[in-house]
Design a protein around this ligand. Structure first.
Ligand code: 8OZ
Length: 370
């Protein structure tokens, strides 16, 4: 074994996350691919093949999945609120488990990142506040501007919490090992957390204590539904994705993680810096944040193999979730073991389309034969 392969051992130490045992620390990050069946947003055998190809990952965090039609924000993303969707996801979890992997489902309500064409009855998307913002989404005609959303009434919040609770139970019925609540990237829960998108004057807006109230109620309900040892959360303290932002992200997320600690989650998954962008925004010290988090810390955002080895070996993070590298390299785990070169991803096939750019990226083995 080379010096380099020996140092990679840090990536291959097993890790227990609540009730989920991961065989290594190379996780697959949730990746929106918009390849659900167009009729009913149902996962298919093609989706099962894609995930099973990546089952060597310690934990697959399956793509963001809407908990209701209101929670949908893009064309062709999968749901987890109908019987057909549960049956479709069962194909995926069976294939991943047969290949020796673990898989959790990311539960998603987009809030205002949507368009009436994707909403029940063609209605306006909903959000904590009716604040104009800059973001685009895509429907079956292509990219469209997101309109100014309608502010949710207090009496609508219990229904959304119920939708999350039911979605978590559905995920377990579909064979998932657990769920990750999507509280990042400018979607509904992040919209409540951050003061640029949340201008409410009731008990769900204003102070930090008020802004965390709804997201915490969602996470608590999901924990109650399936057990907190099968629940993780994804946060993005500093992201501006979806035109969110906060005047004091460090204080907001210190408070949020302190409160999440009481729920005894299986893991907290943190996008460090700008989603898909700079890791050095300067507003949050992630090593300090990690110390406040009383459970497993899964790091994400622009990590290379070497950065992951160093961060795990230093004890700064427990596991690293890789997004785009996993998209183009079904055998990323083996490539990391060997220190091998990576396939380059093709941006044109990220969202929508068929097997091309989805299940046809070559493994090292296939590349050697051709
Ligand atoms: C890219 C395109 C559509 C959705 C996220 C769910 O950023 C997403 C997403 C990313 O969390």
């Amino acid at each position: 074994m080379s010096q380099d392969q020996a140092s990679a051992a840090a990536l291959f130490t097993p890790l227990q996350l609540g009730a989920i045992d991961a065989k290594n620390r190379i996780f697959m990050a949730p990746l929106t691919r918009s390849r659900a069946k167009h009729d009913g947003d149902v996962p298919s055998a093609t989706n099962a093949r894609y995930y099973a190809q990546r089952a060597a990952s310690g934990l697959i965090i399956a793509e963001a999945t809407q908990i209701s039609q209101q929670g949908k924000g893009y064309a062709y993303t999968p749901g987890i609120y109908t019987d057909a969707q549960i049956a479709g996801w069962k194909l995926v979890t069976d294939a991943v488990h047969a290949a020796g992997g673990k898989i959790v489902l990311q539960l998603w309500h987009v809030g205002r990142i949507s368009h009436p064409s994707l909403q029940p009855g063609g209605q306006l998307p909903v959000a904590p506040s009716s604040v104009a913002f800059e973001s685009k989404t895509y429907n079956d005609t292509g990219f469209v501007d997101c309109p100014t959303p309608r502010a949710l009434r207090v009496d609508e919040l219990p229904g959304i919490i119920e939708d999350f609770r039911t979605a978590a139970k559905n995920a377990i019925a579909a064979g998932f090992d657990g769920v990750e609540v999507h509280s990042a990237n400018g979607y509904l829960l992040d919209q409540f957390l951050k003061d640029k998108s949340n201008t409410r004057t009731d008990e769900y807006g204003g102070s930090i204590e008020n802004r965390v109230r709804f997201p915490l109620a969602v996470v608590a309900a999901v924990c109650e539904a399936i057990g907190s040892d099968r629940v993780g959360i994804r946060i993005a303290p500093e992201t501006h994705f979806g035109d969110v932002g906060d005047s004091n992200p460090a204080a907001l997320f210190e408070h949020y993680v302190d409160r999440l600690n009481a729920l005894k989650l299986a893991f907290v998954h943190v996008i460090e810096g700008e989603t898909g962008g700079s890791r050095e925004l300067g507003g949050v010290d992630y090593v300090a944040l990690r110390k406040r988090i009383a459970t497993t810390y899964v790091a994400n955002n622009g990590y290379t193999r070497e950065m992951a080895i160093d961060a795990i070996a230093a004890g700064h993070v427990d596991a690293v979730a890789f997004g785009v590298p996993f998209l183009a390299n079904p055998d990323l785990v083996e490539r990391f073991r060997l220190g091998a070169e990576l396939n380059k991803p093709d941006q044109a096939t990220f969202y929508g389309g068929d097997e091309h750019g989805y299940t046809d990226y070559p493994t090292l083995e296939l590349a050697a034969k051709s």
